[in-house]
Write a protein that binds this ligand. Structure first.
Ligand SMILES: O=C(O)CCC(=O)C(=O)O
Length: 339
């Protein structure tokens, strides 16, 4: 009997922690939450800077020079990697705006499609120059490329639309940095969280290719990200994710249970920093682009974003929300379709 009770409590290790961090009354202690800012040396290892030449695409994609990137690994979670905000402040504005204004347009799929099949969610939210707050709050996810099927969890060729070039290019910079030479971004889920949102425990196992890493880019409010093992009995760790941070689930960590039990108010708003005004000094080198055919479109959006008034709608949203772009490769290296 005692053994049974133990077994149940072991199985529930992930869920117990999830409930603990999710709770509002009482509020959880954040003491055990691993943060790269807190120098948790017993849990995190700062990786020495990789011997890498800079990537000419960084400025254009709103990234700092690779030489400045800070890469971490986690002692209890082999394959889990973390890059502390490698984005410039104008880069943060760019990607936040893309996730709101462009990615939720058709032909991409949205959670609200079942009730209202909108061509352009963001434009609809601001139709007639008024803000439809209810509609703004309703968006929970957008899918890109191979669309994740939430019921069957199976990707299919007839549920696929073009993957955005800029996000493919961004993911390629990260893949190259980590020496994944053949990574191709083919599917993404963009998650939209409000202050009371959570994402329950799950594994991402629908992709044919489970060797390729999964790249997770976060912007806006902070979050507690939990990651455990291949089943829920493994005691998970809780990690603080701030705006701009990138989590990479590779190797052993690729199929581990993970969840987001809590959104926390961010202590910094990098998307508000005055560095944004330096747009004209940017060193734009468009050589070596792999997916982007119209880099001038990115420059144009970045320039528009300098205008604080124009950026106001995006600011109002992100001040109370978190956005996460979760990018995967679906196919094996030599495969060109699921057929
Ligand atoms: O929001 C996050 O940090 C994680 C999102 C996630 O796990 C997913 O989309 O599968």
């Amino acid at each position: 009997m005692e053994e049974d009770a133990n077994a149940t409590s072991k199985e529930d290790a992930f869920m117990k922690r999830f409930k603990y961090y999710k709770s509002n009354k009482p509020k959880p202690s954040l003491e055990e939450v691993i943060s790269v800012e807190k120098h948790c040396d017993d849990k995190i290892t700062g990786c020495p800077p990789l011997d890498i030449t800079d990537d000419p695409r960084t400025d254009l994609l709103g990234l700092r020079s690779l030489k400045e990137w800070q890469l971490y690994s986690f002692k209890g979670h082999p394959g889990l990697l973390f890059i502390k905000n490698p984005f410039t402040d104008s880069g943060q504005r760019y990607w936040i705006r893309k996730c709101l204004e462009e990615y939720p347009r058709k032909p991409n799929r949205l959670n609200i499609d079942i009730e209202s099949n909108l061509q352009d969610w963001w434009a609809e939210c601001f139709r007639n120059n008024t803000c439809d707050k209810q509609l703004l709050k309703k968006l929970r996810w957008t899918t890109l490329g191979y669309h994740h099927n939430w019921d069957t969890k199976v990707y299919s060729e007839d549920n696929r639309t073009p993957f955005p070039n800029d996000l493919a290019e961004l993911s390629d910079v990260f893949a190259k940095y980590l020496n994944y030479k053949h990574f191709r971004a083919e599917a993404a889920i963009v998650n939209y969280y409000h202050m009371n949102s959570t994402l329950s425990a799950h594994t991402d196992h629908s992709e044919v290719n489970l060797e390729a890493p999964l790249f997770s880019f976060s912007f806006g409010q902070s979050a507690i990200f939990m990651i455990g093992g291949k089943d829920k009995s493994v005691e998970p760790s809780a990690i603080l994710i701030n705006s701009g941070d990138v989590v990479i689930m590779s190797k052993e960590a690729r199929l581990c249970y993970h969840a987001v039990p809590k959104i926390l108010p961010s202590t910094d708003s990098p998307w508000e920093k005055p560095e944004i005004c330096k747009m004209n000094d940017m060193n734009i080198d468009i050589s070596n682009l792999k997916y982007l055919t119209e880099p001038e479109k990115i420059i144009s959006v970045m320039k528009q974003n300098v205008d604080n008034q124009e950026w106001d709608r995006f600011r109002n949203y992100i001040q109370e929300s978190r956005i996460n772009m979760n990018v995967r490769q679906v196919l094996n290296e030599k495969q060109s379709s699921l057929q």
